[in-house]
Ligand binder design. Structure first.
Ligand code: FDA
Length: 396
């Protein structure tokens, strides 16, 4: 069952499979070790089952990392168009949803099948339900890494860590990659859940909880970042694309602000309502530009609701300030249970940005989410997985 390979890849997710097929096509003997019963589980569940597999507008500016330059080289050498080319060669139909986000027309299963077909054509061996019992560092260059697993003992001169982050433990996520990095002397930057719903507590929670399911467009701002998209009120707090995006920039205690009239000057809008509809109440006017129940709740607890003509200029300015800069006091996040990604991870300082190889341990590579590179919502995380997997696959 065991054997010797040119490269052993731990983790059969997006990055691991891309690395495997790239190295395999170069004639490398490749083994992928996956502890779950099937590969690519996160690909399967992604994009609501349709996998938002890339974003045509992906640039390094769409990624968070302690070193924002680290992702540049890999992203420049494997662009969204390289992946789109593979998708088209495999006859997978896709469409653009919004803002460059590409989704499969049918099912994310087709992306996993494509990656597995490419791996098979490249002679890659994929072992699923295979758990690592012991990982040793050999002394000869040929067998630098010795991996004892439930499916045999393997050795290789190169080991690629593609075991992902901590989000969705029920799908096989583990801290394996971080532990292994530490074992080999690598620094691991603090990890936390990203692209995750925020929870509210106290008055905010009490005032909004029964509006669960209500969605409205907002611009969410925190720590210099700003995202305009929908916000969804949930039983425990808030979610939706604008909140998921801003959650990666938010930490407990940080000031989080929402513009509830995105794209409009709030004061000008109020003044216009006063001129055009002087007898209409504020809640009625707000209810025409946002869900009525939300408008009503806003007026009950954060504003007032009188006929527009009764507000004087300073009062209109106060209302405008609340509408354009509403302070949302989040108490936390829903954590790794529902987070799409893990922020932080293996410090890029000791990893080559062109090959993903460790600068400490020859033959050791880190790719995908385990590295301290995290994309925005919208296909950017898969693009990083493909690009970093491709970089390592060309170097091993
Ligand atoms: P990934 O998690 O894909 O793979 C790691 C693999 O390693 C897993 O198969 C795991 O089982 C395995 N593993 C872990 N520990 C191991 C061990 N000790 N031994 C062996 N194997 C081990 N991104 C995007 O761009 N577009 C999208 O539409 C979505 N949608 C989305 C939805 C949901 C619900 C989630 C949770 C996430 C997304 N993402 C996303 C994020 C995206 O899924 C994520 O960034 C990539 O899958 C990361 O790829 P990796 O290969 O690094 O990890």
């Amino acid at each position: 069952m065991g054997g010797h390979y040119d490269v052993i890849i731990v983790g059969g997710g997006a990055a691991g499979l891309m690395c495997a097929l790239t190295a395999g096509h170069r004639g490398r003997r490749v083994l992928v070790i996956e502890h779950a019963n099937r590969v690519g589980k996160k690909i399967l569940m992604s994009g609501g089952g349709r996998c938002n597999f890339t974003n045509t507008g992906a640039t390094p500016a769409n990624y968070l990392s302690a070193n924002p330059h680290f992702c540049k080289s890999a992203l420049a050498r494997y662009t969204p168009w390289h992946f789109i080319d593979m998708v088209e060669r495999h006859g997978i139909a896709y469409h653009e949803k919004e803002l460059g986000q590409l989704f499969c027309d049918e099912s994310s299963k087709l992306i996993v099948k494509m990656l597995l077909d490419e791996c098979a054509a490249a002679g890659v061996r994929v072992e699923t339900s295979c758990s690592i019992e012991k990982l040793g560092h050999g002394d000869s260059d040929e067998a630098r890494f010795r991996v004892h697993t439930t499916r045999g003992n393997f050795s290789a001169p190169s080991l690629v860590v593609a075991s992902g982050g901590l989000s969705i433990p029920s799908m096989g996520a583990t801290g394996f990659g971080y532990e292994l990095a530490r074992q080999f002397g690598h620094a691991v930057l603090p990890t936390r859940a990203g692209l995750v719903p925020l929870t509210l507590s106290g008055k905010h929670q009490e005032r909004l909880a029964d509006l669960s399911g209500v969605a409205l467009p907002v611009t969410a701002r925190c720590n210099g970042a700003s995202f305009s998209n929908f916000m969804l009120v949930t039983h425990r707090g808030v979610s939706g694309p604008s909140i998921l995006q801003i959650s990666s920039f938010w930490q407990p205690g940080d000031d989080l602000r929402l513009d509830l009239l995105p794209g409009h000057d709030a004061l000008e809008t109020l003044q216009q309502w006063q001129r055009d509809r002087p007898a209409a109440e504020l809640k009625t006017m707000l209810g025409e530009v946002m869900p009525k129940r939300f408008a009503q709740r806003l007026c009950e607890h954060w504003l007032t609701s009188r006929p527009m003509k009764q507000y004087n200029a300073p009062q209109l300015r106060e209302i405008a300030a609340v509408l354009s800069d509403w302070a949302l006091v989040a108490s936390g996040t829903e954590g790794y249970r529902t987070a799409e990604v893990t922020l932080g991870g293996v410090d890029t300082d000791e990893v080559s940005s062109s090959t993903m190889q460790s600068r400490r341990v020859p033959g050791l590579y880190f790719i995908g989410e385990v590295v301290d590179v995290t994309g925005w919502l919208g296909g950017y995380n898969f693009q990083w997985a493909w690009a970093s997997g491709h970089a390592a696959g060309n170097a091993v």
